[in-house]
Design a protein around this ligand. Structure first.
Ligand code: TRP
Length: 336
């Protein structure tokens, strides 16, 4: 194997099945990164507890499903390390140590903290120590592997900024003269949703406008049938505008470029109707989901393999985490 370039870490909270919005927003990026970089992808189950602390059973139920979604989508345990955060206890130790040097003011000012707390206000009591410390745990996840780049969405940027600040403070306090102990990781920004939901809003399971990665193929026809297209195109004889149509972004991601050009031409010249266009999308989407379904069925038929992949990933992550922690304890003079 040739040396891989950067160490990249990213995680997702196990909160439910993934959909096409996740795929094109985040996962597609991961799939590309695993080819060239030293990647660790993990299930952030402790992070899920910051909001689900009253009902942790839910979290447990979503862990295997998330890993199945990843591998079905093409994440390859031979190319990257796939693991579960709570199985690598070093994340908790480093979180504790970093919490000692993180000023509370940094956490209280964090806009993501304020947004999420406001969104869930009334539903959940998030005035907890753990929730405030969410970014400290995230910083630990990242610097534990001395990662230099983190693929995340826009909403995570304030957290990543805090990771850099925490890393800088650790470096300043504990190794002023040496080369920085922890690199300050940069964000590999995944662009904003390239794929809208079926109704044009952001794709989200809670809006009922999503197509799951595990969506049974027989659901596609009724879901596509209900999709909104260019609302100014009332009759087939009216010219349509692919750039305002909610279907066209799907074609751009799922249909071959030559076919997309044909569709665009057909739409603006009114020689294609929306029904024709949806028929092609149905084919493209079926072709996209079929290999994902095949990998999923194989995994589901062999649960031992899934646990084996996770256990191996946990063990590989643990070795690296232990190495860093030894150095951290030494830097803090806590190796007595
Ligand atoms: N906070 C991230 C999210 O909600 C999940 C996460 C936890 C993460 N730890 C991380 C992402 C470390 C990147 C790196 O999406």
């Amino acid at each position: 194997m040739t040396a891989k370039k950067e160490c990249i870490v990213s995680g997702m909270r196990p909160t439910g099945p993934l959909h096409l919005g996740h795929h094109f927003g985040v996962l597609a990026n991961w799939l590309e990164l695993q080819e060239q970089h030293d990647c660790l992808f993990f299930v952030a189950d402790w992070h899920a507890l910051t909001t689900e602390y009253a009902d942790p059973k839910k979290v447990k139920g979503f862990v295997p499903g998330l890993v199945i979604d990843w591998i079905a989508a093409g994440l390859d345990p031979d190319k990257c390390i796939i693991f579960q955060q709570s199985k690598v206890k070093e994340h908790a130790e480093l979180h504790l140590l970093l919490s000692m040097l993180t000023p509370v003011g940094w956490l209280e000012r964090n806009p993501t903290f304020k947004d999420v707390a406001a969104e869930l206000a009334g539903q959940k009591d998030l005035a907890t120590y753990g929730f405030l410390g969410y970014p400290v745990l995230m910083a630990a996840d990242i610097v534990l592997y001395r990662s230099t780049a983190v693929p995340v969405g826009q909403d995570q940027l304030p957290h990543l900024e805090l990771t850099r600040e925490i890393a800088r403070r650790f470096n300043f306090l504990h190794c002023p003269e040496n080369a920085p102990f922890f690199p300050e990781p940069k964000a590999l920004l995944t662009e904003d949703a390239k794929l809208p939901g079926l109704d044009g809003r952001k794709m989200s399971k809670s809006y009922g406008n999503s197509i799951a990665l595990g969506e049974p193929l027989e659901n596609l026809a009724p879901k596509l049938k209900g999709m909104l297209t260019d609302k100014n195109r009332l009759r087939k004889s009216d010219a349509g505008d692919p750039d305002v149509c909610n279907l066209y972004p799907y074609h751009k991601l799922l249909t071959a470029p030559e076919k997309c050009a044909e569709i665009r031409e057909g739409c603006v010249s009114a020689s294609w109707g929306c029904v024709d266009c949806k028929k092609v999308l149905h084919e493209s989407m079926t072709a996209f989901l079929t290999p994902i379904h095949e990998r999923r069925s194989k995994l589901e038929a062999d649960p031992d393999r899934l646990w084996h992949i996770l256990e191996q990933g946990n063990a590989r992550a643990r070795v690296r985490a232990q190495e860093t922690m030894e150095a951290v304890r030494k830097a803090l003079n806590f190796d007595f």
